[in-house]
Design a protein. Sequence first.
Length: 321
Amino acid sequence: MSKMVNMLSILWLLKTRKRMTAKQLSEELEINIRTVYRYIDTLCASGVPVISDAGHNGGYSLLHEFIRTPLFFDLNEQKALIHAAKFAQEAGYPFSEVLNGAVSKLKMYTNPEQLEQINRHTAGFDVIHPPVNPALESSLQEIEVSVAEGYSLLMKYHKGNESDPHSRRIDPYGLVYWKGKWYVVAYCHLRQEIRSFRIDRIQSLCRTEDLFDRPMGFSARSFFLKGLLPDSDQLGNLTSIHIQGKTHALDDLCQHWLFGHSLIERSDEQAHFKMEQDSIYTYVPYFLLPYGKSITILEPSFLKEKLVTITSELVTHYKNP
């Protein structure tokens, strides 16, 4: 039998017979006793809590809690899962209580040596996200279940430019976390099209008994990004932005979520981007303001004029409060 089959056989024997000696295992599996020792060492290194008792009634056995778990992970897998849990919790993951229970269970089913190593690797690993409103947890949980089970939802939604919320019926296709905010991508029955909605603007939410079919192959992430980023197939209709600046400023700008996806060409002192004209008139100038004099807009001229207008209005605002 292969090494993996023998190791699984050892696990099964220890699970069913509770305690066995190395000699008994070697006879049962018809392998050398030294091979048994090597396989036991490999299982321990993989995180299986094998207990070795010396003496007349000694032998190998499994930690009681481990008998009830069907899987085990090596050190790197355990470490990666616990690190990922920190990212999820800081982002406002809606099932944080369950996640904490899973992490605790993961630590319970490991051996003391691995647990000590895991604690060393996680003690200096931290994640900082913008504060998340804990009141969103119930809405996120309801939406996640409805996405998975295909239930339509009724919600009262408050748009940023409206004073009163409106009732909407949606078919939720997916949740997206972007720049510290949670969004649901859904088919809106009011507008009869797929839209994205900010979770923190949902004032009330309830599940209906109506079911819907999610479009095959639909990606909420792709839909969401498509609404933010320029279409690469329409480059000829986009406006060029040429920016000159210090290397560190251009490096930072090219890593921006919008500018990074719009980059056409880059040199040490200049960067060429292509974007939709509407975005250049609206939010692009506000992304560029924090760079101050470390960058210079070469073209288009209307972007320079827009920056002049914005800064002039700021000067007037603070000079004449």
